[in-house]
Ligand binder design. Structure first.
Ligand code: FES
Length: 160
């Protein structure tokens, strides 16, 4: 991934958030949450600032970001689509649903569409196994999604 240069005010924003949590390493997850909610994602350059402020290693920050599926290192589309790939969803056809999203939007997992409207990601179990296969678009949860529903779901967000 190409290196990005963080704007001064972005670095300041990250520092301010770290300060809110008293620059404590034990608050790493909370800091990451806050920073992601402001910036939308946690690229390596952002993780480096956080590591420095919390006096911890970049490897530790990276480890946490990659362990939890709700953290992302990739910029999200306006409507981030997540397909649950947990066991229950997987056995009920999540992969076919994912493939249909990829086909319709012409993007791979972790990418955004050219117009920035959609991005696709996979999640581990989101805790709604009874509704498997589960797809979320932003905050909205769709249950029992079949590949034939994909077009309709995308259409809901196309003109927003
Ligand atoms: S496996 Fe998808 S919600 Fe649990």
């Amino acid at each position: 991934m190409p290196k990005i240069k963080l704007a001064e005010n972005t670095v300041q924003l990250i520092k301010d958030i770290c300060k809110e949590f008293e620059n404590k390493e034990s608050e790493l997850i909370n800091v990451l949450h806050q920073v992601q909610s402001k910036l939308g994602y946690l690229p390596a350059e952002v993780q480096e600032v956080i590591a420095k402020e919390l006096k911890t290693s970049v490897a530790k920050v990276y480890g946490v970001v990659t362990f939890y599926s709700f953290f992302t290192m990739i910029p999200q589309g306006e409507n981030p689509i997540s397909i649950c790939m947990g066991t229950a969803c997987y056995v009920r056809g999540a992969e076919q649903v994912l493939n249909e999203f990829k086909r319709q939007l012409k993007v791979e997992v972790g990418e955004s569409t050219e117009d920035g409207k959609f991005s696709i990601n996979c999640l581990r179990c989101v805790g709604a196994c009874g509704l498997a296969p589960v797809v979320t678009v932003g905050e909205k949860v769709y249950g029992r999604v079949a590949p034939t529903d994909v077009k309709k779901i995308i259409a809901e967000y196309k003109n927003h």
